[in-house]
Design a protein around this ligand. Structure first.
Ligand code: TYD
Ligand code: MG
Length: 464
C-alpha cells in the first residue's frame, strides 16, 4: 500500500510546509496553509519503477510545419491567443467569479464546434443550465457536445475516445475537478496541479486543445490558478469592473504569441459582443471641451486605444491634501505633480487632487504622463484643453517630455476618430506622420507645454 504523508500546502502560492504555521513563509499570506494527505504520487511511483533508458533526440531543423491554429469568428479572442488556438496547447483563462468566463468560453466553444469536434465540460453547472445559457446566447444550433462531470479520469477517457475525435475541450472550472489518485479536496493546490498535469499530458500526446477556466479569489480559499501559470502554454485574464459592461481579455503569458494584446468585449443580455472599435467605445460618453479632461492616445499591444483622462483639482478642506487615483499608478501621479510644481511653477500644495481614467480602464503605460499633466494643469488653471486633441509622451524627473513608441499609430487612430490635433514629444527622426488637416504640436520640455496653453487662447479661433 502506498505510504501516506501529510503536508501543509499554501493555497495561495503552493509551497509545502511540514508543519502548520499561521503565515506562509514563501508568499507571506496569512492563514493559507491547508493540510493535504498524499499517497506517493503516480509520477514518483513510475520514476522508481522504471529503469533508465537513453531517449532519441531530434534536430532543430525539420520539414514539418508549425501546428495548425484554430480560429473562431470572435476576432478579439483570436487576436489575444496570437492568431488562434494552437493545436495541442493548454490555455488557462483566469478571472473573478461572475466576470463572464463561462459565457465567453461557451461562445468560443460553440463557434469552434462548427468546424472541429468540441466538448464543453462543466463541473459547476448541470447540463440543463449550460443548455439554457447556450439557448439564450443563440447558440442552440451548433454541434457542441456537453458534459457535466468533475472526475478528471472520466473526463479524459471521454475526450480520448477515438470515434468522437475531439479537437478541443473546455474545462469549467479546474477548481472543481478532482483525481482519486490523491486524497485532497477539489480546489486544493495538489488537486488542481495534478488535474492540470493529467490534462496537459492528454493535450500533448493527443494534440487536443485544452482550455482551463480558473477562478481567482482574493481570500485564497480556492487554490488560485497562479500555481498553474508556469505549467500551461498560455495564461489569459478576463477582467472587468463592477458597474461597467465592458470586459477585457488580456494575455499575460503566451508561448505562441505576443502577450501585450487585449480583446475588448461588451457584456449584453444576449452575451458577450466583441468591440471592434474600442477607442470609440471608451470615448462615447465624452462631452467635448471641459477643463480637466484630456484624451490619451495609448497602445494596447499593437493596437492604439484612445482613453479619456479626467482630473479634478479642488481646494483642500483639511490639513493634508488628498490624492486619489482610479485606473493609474498613485506613485506616478505624485511624480507628475512634483514635476509640475518644481519645473513648471504650478502649485498643488493646498489642493486635493483626483485623477480618474474614464470607463474604469487601467493604464500602466508611462506614455500617459503628458495627458495626465495636461488634465491636471487644465483643472488647476481652468484652461480648457481642445476637445479634438490627443496627448501622449513620457515625462522625466528633469521635466523633459520623452518620446514613446509608435507615435504614428497613435496619431492615425486619432485621425480616424475625427481628432485634429496631437500634443506629442519632439521626435528625433524627421519622418513624422503629418497627414492633411491633422496638426501635431511637439514639445521637448513640460514647461514649454504649460506655457503654450497659457499663451494660447484654446477657446478661440485656433481650435474652432
Ligand atoms: P459567467 O459566465 O457565469 O461568469 P463566470 O463563469 O466568470 O463566473 O457570467 C455571469 C455574469 O454574466 C452574470 O452576472 C450575468 C452576466 N451575463 C449577462 O449579462 N448576459 C448574458 O447573456 C450572460 C450569459 C451572462
Ligand atoms: Mg463560470
Amino acid at each position: 500500500m502506498a505510504r501516506q504523508s501529510s503536508l501543509f500546502v499554501c493555497q495561495s502560492c503552493g509551497s509545502p510546509q511540514t508543519k502548520w504555521v499561521g503565515r506562509c513563509p514563501a508568499c507571506e499570506t496569512w492563514n493559507s496553509l491547508v493540510e493535504e494527505t498524499h499517497d506517493s504520487s503516480p509520477l514518483t511511483r513510475s520514476k522508481k519503477a522504471s529503469k533508465r533508458t537513453a531517449l532519441p533526440t531530434e534536430d532543430l531543423q525539420s520539414s514539418t510545419l508549425s501546428p495548425p491554429r484554430f480560429q473562431c469568428t470572435l476576432s478579439e479572442f483570436d487576436r489575444v491567443c496570437g492568431g488562434g488556438l494552437v493545436q495541442g496547447s493548454v490555455i488557462l483563462i483566469g478571472g473573478d467569479p461572475g466576470v463572464g468566463k463561462s459565457t465567453l468560453l461557451l461562445q468560443v466553444a460553440a463557434l469552434l464546434s462548427k468546424k472541429h469536434p468540441t466538448l464543453y465540460v462543466s463541473g459547476e453547472e448541470a447540463i440543463d443550465q449550460v443548455r439554457l445559457r447556450a439557448h439564450r446566447l443563440g447558440l442552440k444550433d451548433t454541434p457542441l457536445k456537453l458534459l457535466s462531470s468533475t472526475h478528471i479520469h472520466d473526463i479524459i477517457t471521454t475526450v480520448e475516445q477515438k470515434e468522437t475525435s475531439y479537437k478541443l475541450a473546455i474545462i469549467d472550472s479546474i477548481q472543481t475537478m478532482y483525481s482519486d489518485a490523491i486524497d485532497a479536496a477539489p480546489g486544493t493546490v495538489s488537486q488542481v496541479r495534478l488535474c492540470c498535469q493529467e490534462l496537459m499530458h492528454l493535450a500533448k500526446t493527443k494534440g487536443i486543445i485544452i482550455v482551463l477556466i480558473g477562478h481567482v479569489t482574493k481570500e485564497g480559499t480556492l487554490a488560485g490558478p497562479r500555481v498553474l501559470e508556469h505549467m500551461v502554454d498560455a495564461v489569459l485574464y478576463f477582467e472587468g469592473e463592477k458597474g461597467h459592461s465592458y470586459r477585457i481579455l488580456r494575455a499575460t503569458k503566451n508561448r505562441f504569441g505576443p502577450t501585450d494584446e487585449i480583446g475588448v468585449f461588451e457584456m449584453r443580455t444576449e452575451g458577450l459582443q466583441q468591440v471592434c472599435n474600442p477607442s470609440g467605445f471608451f470615448l462615447s460618453e465624452r462631452q467635448g471641451m471641459m477643463s480637466g479632461s484630456a484624451v490619451f492616445a495609448g497602445m494596447e499591444g499593437t493596437r492604439p486605444l484612445l482613453i479619456e483622462i479626467q482630473a479634478l483639482v479642488s481646494p483642500a478642506s483639511f490639513g493634508t491634501p488628498r490624492r486619489a487615483v482610479i485606473g493609474w499608478d498613485s506613485g506616478r501621479l505624485a511624480m507628475i505633480l512634483a514635476v509640475l510644481e518644481t519645473r513648471c511653477g504650478l502649485n498643488f500644495g493646498t489642493k486635493d487632487v483626483y485623477l480618474n481614467v474614464a470607463g474604469g480602464l487601467k493604464i500602466s503605460e508611462p506614455a500617459a504622463d503628458l495627458a495626465v499633466a495636461a488634465a491636471l494643469m487644465s483643472s488647476l488653471t481652468g484652461v480648457t484643453l481642445p476637445g479634438d486633441a490627443i496627448f501622449y509622451g513620457e515625462i522625466s524627473l528633469t521635466g523633459e517630455i520623452r518620446s514613446v513608441s509608435n507615435g504614428e499609430g497613435r496619431q492615425k487612430e486619432a485621425q480616424k476618430l475625427g481628432f485634429k490635433h496631437a500634443f506629442t514629444p519632439r521626435e528625433k527622426s524627421s519622418a513624422l506622420f503629418e497627414p492633411e488637416r491633422f496638426k501635431s504640436e511637439s514639445f521637448s520640455f513640460l514647461r514649454d507645454f504649460v506655457s503654450y496653453f497659457h499663451t494660447h487662447d484654446t477657446k478661440g479661433a485656433r481650435y474652432a
